[in-house]
Each structure stands twice: as structure tokens, then as C-alpha cells.
Design a protein around this ligand. Structure first.
Ligand SMILES: C[S@@+](CC[C@H](N)C(=O)[O-])C[C@H]1O[C@@H](n2cnc3c(N)ncnc32)[C@H](O)[C@@H]1O
Length: 253
């Protein structure tokens, strides 16, 4: 995850988890970045779990005292049942082919009334549904006008080109179409399972995890100033590209 994304998402994640003195499980921990953040914020115990032995090896190299383990969240609760006050999942839920099973194992990992705090890309606006392209800023993409004549449109486009009037425009492709797409994570290709947002909420409820809050973190002016040259920073001023979801365990599963 890029530094800009960390700076936008870490504060709301920590604010929701309130790590101090808690036993925490970070699933899909990768190289252990967020597990280390949780430890630094005063957690009593942090376990990082990831399906990739290579990434767990890197996490242990960076934090030899840390508790990290190779485990697939689809195969069971990583550290026994009812163990954790909260489970965090940073940019992981979209990468799981069977969210139903993953939620079941997350719920089983949690103590009664424990929380799942997850950040994920906004499936309405971000990859693979939303794509930003550098395009002509003729205003036509902003409003649908069925009476707009082709010639008038063409003339406005020529005028726009002559003025050099371009901007980043968000194009949305079919949100409803489920798709499995490959994306690059560092040097490794990984799969992303696009599904409707309702599934993230409803499958959680089915497994005893009820949505308490949905946050749409913004980029602050201070962060924006440092990353203004990055298209992602500009995009974040326009739409929420990320969600932070907070679920509470309401029943034994
Ligand atoms: C986009 S990365 C995010 C890594 C990390 N949370 C971070 O913030 O940098 C998704 C992670 O989920 C892990 N992952 C994918 N499927 C998994 C599974 N079934 N069980 C556990 N981890 C999984 C991947 O190996 C990868 O490290």
C-alpha cells in the first residue's frame, strides 16, 4: 500500500480499534506494517497472519520479536476461538474468494462483542470499476443531455483541445458485473474479487458481524499538500476511494 494511503487510513483505523491494552489479530498482514503500528499504539498482544510464507518471513525479519504466522483465513481461526478483542483487515477483504467462510473464521477468532475493523477500496469508484483518465474537460461527462447535438459537441471538443483544457475524469464501468482481476502487489501478481458492496455487509451479518460504522476517509489539506503531484491525492479530494468498516460481533458463531 502506498504511503499516501497509509496516511489517510491509519488514523481512522486506529481510532476505531483503540489498540491500547488489547489482544489484536491482523489478518492478511503482509509484511506486518499494520501489526507494528498496532504494537506501537500500545496493544497488549498483536498476531499477524497471512497466507504468504514469503510475506510472513519478511514480517519476522522486520520484527523478530513479533508474533506472525502463515495461515489462510479460509481454513480456520488463526489462533483459536474467542481470543481477540479486535481483528483488523487492511485491504484484504477484496482479495478473498470466499468472504462467507472468512467472516465465519474472523467471527470465531473474536471474543464476545469483539470488533472487525477493515479498510477496503470503495467498490463503486475504485479499481476495477473506476478508472481515472486524462481527458478533455468539456463538461459533457458531468451531465447527460439527450438533446446535445453531435456537431455542437464536436465544436466544443475542438475548442477544448485548442484551449488545452484537460483534466482527470473518473470513468465507471459495470459495477454489477462480478469479476476476478489480477493486480500487482509489489512484484507479485495477486487476485482481486470484485463483488457488490452489499455482499460485504450482508455476509458479515450472516456470520454474526453487524456493521456499526461506515467511514469514508478524506485526505486532509496537510496530507494533500505533500502529495499534490500524485493523481491519487487529487482523486481523493473528489470521491472516497476507500471505506473503513467497523463490525461488532453480536452472537456466538
Ligand atoms: C493488499 S495486501 C495487504 C497487506 C497488508 N494488510 C497491508 O496493509 O500492507 C492483501 C494481503 O492479504 C493476504 N491474503 C490473501 N488471501 C489471504 C487468505 N486467504 N488468508 C490470509 N491472508 C490472505 C495476501 O497475502 C496479502 O498480504
Amino acid at each position: 500500500m502506498g504511503q499516501i494511503v497509509r496516511e489517510v487510513l491509519d488514523p481512522p483505523m486506529l481510532e476505531q480499534i483503540q489498540p491500547e491494552g488489547k489482544a489484536l489479530l491482523d489478518i492478511g498482514c503482509g509484511e506486518g506494517y499494520f501489526a507494528r503500528v498496532l504494537k506501537a499504539a500500545g496493544a497488549a498482544r498483536v498476531v499477524g497472519a497471512d497466507i504468504s510464507p514469503d510475506l510472513i518471513g519478511r514480517a519476522l525479519a522486520k520484527d523478530p520479536e513479533g508474533e506472525y504466522q502463515v495461515s489462510d483465513i479460509a481454513s480456520g481461526p488463526p489462533c483459536g476461538v474467542g481470543t481477540f478483542d479486535a481483528v483488523s483487515a487492511c485491504m484484504v477483504l477484496m482479495d478473498l474468494p470466499d468472504l462467507d467462510v472468512a467472516y465465519r473464521n474472523i467471527a470465531a477468532s473474536l471474543a464476545p462483542h469483539g470488533q472487525l475493523v477493515a479498510c477496503m477500496i470503495n467498490p463503486y469508484y475504485a479499481f476495477p470499476v473506476g478508472e481515472w483518465r486524462w481527458g478533455l474537460s468539456d463538461g459533457l461527462h458531468r451531465e447527460f443531455d439527450p438533446h446535445h447535438r453531435t456537431l455542437k459537441r464536436f465544436v466544443r471538443q475542438i475548442q477544448g483541445v485548442l484551449r488545452g483544457d484537460f483534466e482527470w475524469i473518473l470513468y465507471i464501468t459495470n459495477y454489477r458485473e462480478r469479476r476476478v482481476v489480477e493486480k500487482m502487489l509489489g512484484n507479485a501478481a495477486t487476485l482481486h474479487f470484485h463483488k457488490p458492496f452489499s455482499e460485504y455487509v450482508n455476509l458479515a451479518a450472516k456470520n454474526g458481524l453487524v456493521l456499526q460504522s461506515l467511514l469514508e476517509p478524506e485526505i486532509s489539506p496537510a496530507i494533500y499538500e505533500r502529495y499534490a503531484h500524485e493523481p491519487l491525492a487529487r482523486a481523493l479530494t473528489t470521491v472516497p476511494l476507500f471505506f473503513v468498516l467497523v463490525f461488532s460481533k453480536v452472537a456466538q458463531v
